[in-house]
Ligand binder design. Structure first.
Ligand code: 0RA
Length: 645
């Protein structure tokens, strides 16, 4: 086939501009993490999300109903949509083809008027040019105005200008890219990670078809996601293995002051809340104004309905937020034109106006729904009232204990070896698996600022228990009193007695399990502690490699091999390798040196996202499926991220 150059490519009067362009993409290659978060697994997958997000924008604008994603054998990925196609004509201001602009200019998105809910802030919406900059090669194909156009790049630099390569029957855009091994530490895309996100996007954008194909195995496999019912189907999916209190999720939708509110919710018999919130398709793990508005409306509406129906007449209490959220499964998706993202991981909505909008919408719609469906209302109120009773009983029991001991404040647990400093900002507490490791930690620590709380055996499965039972568990109570900030609605961050809560468990499957339990506990009972960045995970070494007086501690298999090699090359004497199966095998001095001394240790800070993963993992581990348990055993430390020294 003959290749026709499109006429505007002949002009090279934008030579000066192309220098600025290269500088922009060069900046992305110099500091990739600033644009995509990391150059590891998360960053790698972010590339796909970025390209898909652009197609989703086209769907939001109403011009695209299908997106296909293909994972190829050579680690490249192709994303195709049937939207209008990225414009190929000259941009009136920039004087280069729109498609070239989109792929070579940072934040070019704003230069087009697509009239959809564009994402800004955070790591999303950085633009396809970032993907281009970080790809060893990228090809974009646009079907538009009857012709198929194509343009190619290597590491962001144009290798083939925009060219018409044939005819096109319809319209659409295909972006095919291969992540650059010079940039990424991992190149293998994960099927399940992509499935999770693409399924989520299909739920969030009802009516849109998204497919994922994996060509890497012997035979290619494809999965298609299409949910006509959107969020309602999402909630039904989440509750698929639960006993629900009412057969159909409640659906609330409204647009007010240019903000789109879409909510589906359903109650199940369990005791947890599972609310997931999204803004412009982004999971707002840290919540924000939309969540605050929703929560206050939910509490108010259910109390109102309960009062009207006389359910609370005899009881002399109101239903708390925790009460009305017991057993709730809820998805909220709001679309905001200029979202402001805040928080530790930039996943907290900051737009003040959204709170009142969501509150008003939920007050109105939920109120009238419950009036029209009194049976559903009754079931929900009954559940909340029984939660309130359990909470009241737990409180009375707690008060009784306090009175008996004659102390106003809860007594610090007997097993706690507290530190002597009093400024929480300087203090840290180690939650240590097992009494023996706890003993070593107590001896090895710096008692001025380090407190030790040993935990015996497995703590209670908080995912499945109700608050009264949770508070009845001794290990849990000792954690709560040691931290000193309360739980749930009563939680006060400023009362926290330590600004670092460090989980220290064995480097084996049991240890990983206990860590998952603890993370789930903090996520359910004190999410603010995680949000504040106060929770950490200790990193004990896996091996001690020594010859004579020379010794090294290895934290990974690679380090172990390197140390063994170094010592063997050194010559005489036997190299001893000790594998630490548990913390208890280290003496106090070793424990201090390798895991507790702030000057040499590594601790990982837990993000809210990590904790959500942990609790999800937990839910799966407790289920009937064998596969998740097997996977957990294989790869149990996956949910820790951000490095902190
Ligand atoms: C700018 C303007 C228009 C469409 C797009 C961008 C567009 C971008 C991407 C990226 C992936 N798929 C896409 N589909 C469309 C609208 C141009 C018009 O008015 O026709």
């Amino acid at each position: 086939m003959t290749k026709h150059e499109t006429p505007h490519n002949g002009a090279d009067d934008y030579g000066a501009d192309s220098i600025t362009v290269l500088k922009g993409l060069e900046a992305v290659r110099k500091r990739p993490a600033m644009y995509i978060g990391s150059t590891g697994e998360n960053g790698l997958h972010h590339l796909v999300y970025e390209v898909v997000d652009n197609s989703i924008d086209e769907a939001l604008a109403g011009f695209c109903d299908r997106i296909d994603v293909i994972m190829h054998k050579d680690h490249s990925v192709t994303v195709t949509d049937n939207g209008r196609g990225i414009p190929v004509d000259l941009h009136p201001v920039e004087k280069i083809p729109g498609v070239e602009l989109a792929l070579t200019v940072l934040h070019a998105g704003g230069k087009f008027d697509r009239n959809s809910y564009k994402v800004s802030g955070g790591l999303h919406g950085v633009g396809v040019s970032v993907v281009n900059a970080l790809s060893e090669r990228l090809t974009v194909t646009v079907d538009r105005s009857g012709a198929r156009h194509q343009m190619s790049f290597v590491r962001g630099k144009t290798t083939q200008k925009l060219t018409v390569i044939g005819m096109a029957a319809g319209t659409g855009t295909t972006v095919s890219f291969k992540p650059d091994p010079q940039i990424f530490t991992v190149l293998e895309f994960s099927w399940s990670t992509l499935v999770d996100r693409l399924r989520q996007l299909a739920f969030l954008n009802g009516g849109l078809t998204i497919t994922l194909t994996d060509e890497r195995g012997e035979a290619p496999k494809t999965e298609a996601f299409y949910y006509k019912g959107g969020l309602v189907e999402f909630v039904s999916y989440l509750n698929r293995n639960k006993k629900v209190l009412h057969p159909k999720p409640i659906h609330i939708t409204a647009t007010r002051d240019d903000v789109d509110v879409d909510i589906a919710l359903q109650y199940e018999e369990g005791y947890n809340e599972n609310t997931f919130t999204f803004v412009n398709n982004i999971n707002t793990h840290e919540g924000g104004t939309h969540l605050t508005g929703f929560r206050s409306a939910l509490t108010r509406t259910i109390n109102d309905v309960a009062k009207k129906s006389n359910a609370l007449k005899k009881a002399d209490f109101t239903l708390s937020g925790d009460d009305v959220r017991e057993g709730l499964t809820c998805i909220m998706h709001v679309k905001v034109r200029e979202p402001q993202f805040e928080g530790q991981t930039k996943t907290k909505l900051g737009n003040g106006e959204v709170e009142g909008i969501v509150r008003a919408v939920v007050n109105e719609h939920l109120g009238s729904f419950l009036e029209e469906n009194p049976g559903v209302g009754r079931a929900i109120i009954e559940k909340a009232v029984s939660s309130a009773r359990a909470r009241e009983a737990a409180r009375k029991a707690r008060d009784l204990v306090r009175k008996k001991s004659g102390l106003e404040n809860a007594v610090l647990p007997g097993k706690l070896a507290d530190c002597s400093l009093e400024d929480p900002a300087l203090c840290e507490i180690y939650l240590v698996e097992g009494d023996s490791a706890g003993g070593s930690a107590k001896q090895g620590r710096d008692r001025s600022f380090q407190a030790i709380l040993p935990l015996r055996g497995k703590i209670l499965n908080v995912e499945r228990a109700r608050i009264d039972k949770i508070l009845g568990n001794e290990e849990i109570r000792s954690i709560i009193t040691a931290v000193g900030a309360g739980v749930r609605d009563d939680f006060k961050l400023e009362d926290a007695r330590y600004h670092k809560v460090i989980l220290m468990t064995d480097a084996d499957v049991d240890g990983a399990h206990i860590r998952t339990l603890l993370l789930t506990f903090f996520f359910r009972q004190m999410p603010e502690l995680i949000e504040a960045g106060y929770i950490y995970i200790a990193q004990p070494p896996l091996y001690r490699v020594a010859r004579g007086k020379e010794e090294y501690y290895a934290y990974t298999e690679e380090e172990r091999s390197a140390f063994v090699k170094r010592l063997t090359e050194g010559g005489k004497g036997n190299v001893g390798i000790q594998r630490y199966k548990g913390l208890g095998e280290m003496n106090p001095e070793q424990l201090w040196k390798t895991t507790m001394d702030p000057a040499t240790r590594t601790i990982l800070r837990v993000t809210l996202e990590d904790a959500v993963e942990a609790s999800k993992l937990f839910d799966e581990l407790m289920g009937d499926d064998v596969e998740p348990r097997r996977l957990f055993i294989e790869q149990n430390a996956k949910y820790v991220s951000v490095l902190d020294v």
